[in-house]
Design a protein around this ligand. Structure first.
Ligand SMILES: NC(=O)c1ccc[n+]([C@@H]2O[C@H](COP(=O)([O-])OP(=O)(O)OC[C@H]3O[C@@H](n4cnc5c(N)ncnc54)[C@H](OP(=O)(O)O)[C@@H]3O)[C@@H](O)[C@H]2O)c1
Length: 253
C-alpha cells in the first residue's frame, strides 16, 4: 500500500462546515492539498472566498455554500446543496456555537442556540448523508469535538454537554454503519488559537500567557494547522479499521 493510497484524497469530495476561518479553514485547505475537491461553508455569502482563493492558488478545487446551522432543517438542506455539486465522500462537522456560561448563569435561549447548531444540525446532516454514503459503499465523517466532551469545564457547561452528545451520536452511527464502509470518528482539540479565543488573548496578553502555560503539558495553545494531519487520517483509507473513536489533540492534558 502506497502513502498515496493510504492518505491521498484524489477523487474524493469533502464538505467542511464552518470553514471560513480557524480549524475548519485549515482542515479544508489540508484536505484539498491531499487531493480532495472541497465544499466550503460559513454563515455568510462569500464568507469562505479567501479560503477558496488560497485553495485554488495551490491548484485545488473548492466551492462555497452559506447557511446558518441554527435554523430548522439547515443541516439537511446544506447536505442536499453540497450533493448537487458532487456526491459527498467526506463530511467534516466543524462549525459550532460556544456561549460561555456556568450552569447558574446559563440562559435558556443560549442553551437552545448551542443545541441547535451543535447537535440539531449534526442530526440533520447525518440523517441525510449517511444513507447516501452507505449506498455508495464509502464514507468518512470527522466530527470536531472538544477536550470538554470528556473533561468539561463549568464555564462552558452547555457547550461541553453538546460536544459530549455529538460524540455519542457519532458512536451510535459508527456502530450502525460499520459494515457499510462508512466510518465516523471525532477529532477532539484542546485549546486552539483561533478567533474564538481572540478576545481573551488580545484583551489580556499576560493573563493569556499564564493560562496557556499551565493549561497542558506543552504549555501553549495549539494552532489550527496542527489539526490537519489527524483530519486527513480520519478522512482517508488509512482509518479503514477505526470507527466511533476520538483522537484527542490537546498538547497533553
Ligand atoms: N478553538 C478552540 O480552542 C477549540 C477547542 C476545542 C474544540 N473546538 C472546536 O473546533 C471547531 C472549530 O473551532 P474554531 O475555534 O476554529 O471556530 P471559529 O474560529 O469560531 O470559527 C467557527 C466557524 O463556524 C462557523 N459558524 C459559527 N456559527 C455558525 C452557525 N450558526 N451556522 C453555521 N456556521 C457557523 C463560522 O462561520 P462564520 O465565519 O460565518 O461566522 C466559522 O466558520 C468547533 O467545533 C469548536 O467547537 C475549538
Amino acid at each position: 500500500m502506497t502513502l498515496e493510497k493510504l492518505f491521498g484524497l484524489k477523487g474524493r469530495t469533502a464538505l467542511v462546515t464552518g470553514s471560513s476561518r480557524g480549524i475548519g479553514a485549515a482542515i479544508a485547505e489540508g484536505l484539498a492539498a491531499a487531493g480532495a475537491e472541497v465544499i466550503l461553508h460559513s454563515t455568510a455569502d462569500a464568507g469562505t472566498t479567501a479560503v477558496r482563493t488560497r485553495i485554488e492558488a495551490a491548484g485545488g478545487i473548492a466551492h462555497e455554500l452559506a447557511c446558518d446551522l441554527s435554523t430548522p432543517e439547515a443541516g439537511r438542506k446544506l447536505i442536499e446543496q453540497a450533493e448537487a455539486h458532487a456526491p459527498l465522500d467526506i463530511l467534516v462537522i466543524n462549525a459550532s456555537a460556544q456561549i460561555n456560561a456556568t450552569l447558574a448563569d446559563l440562559r435558556a435561549r443560549d442553551l437552545s442556540f448551542q443545541l441547535a447548531v451543535n447537535l440539531g444540525s449534526t442530526v440533520d446532516m447525518l440523517q441525510t448523508v449517511l444513507p447516501l454514503m452507505a449506498a455508495r459503499g464509502w464514507g468518512r465523517v470527522v466530527s470536531i469535538g472538544s477536550v470538554n466532551q470528556l473533561r468539561p469545564k463549568s464555564v462552558v457547561t452547555a457547550y461541553a454537554a453538546t460536544k459530549a452528545a455529538q460524540h455519542n451520536l457519532i458512536q451510535s452511527q459508527a456502530r450502525d454503519y460499520a459494515n457499510k464502509n462508512v466510518l465516523l470518528n471525532t477529532l477532539a482539540p484542546g485549546l486552539i488559537d483561533t478567533d474564538r479565543n481572540a478576545h481573551r488573548r488580545d484583551s489580556d496578553p499576560d493573563g493569556w500567557a499564564l493560562y496557556t502555560q499551565n493549561l497542558n503539558w506543552m504549555g501553549r495553545a495549539g494552532l489550527p494547522e496542527e489539526m490537519v494531519g489527524a483530519a486527513i487520517l480520519l478522512s482517508s483509507e488509512a482509518c479503514s479499521f477505526m470507527t466511533g473513536e476520538s483522537i484527542f489533540m490537546t498538547g497533553g492534558y
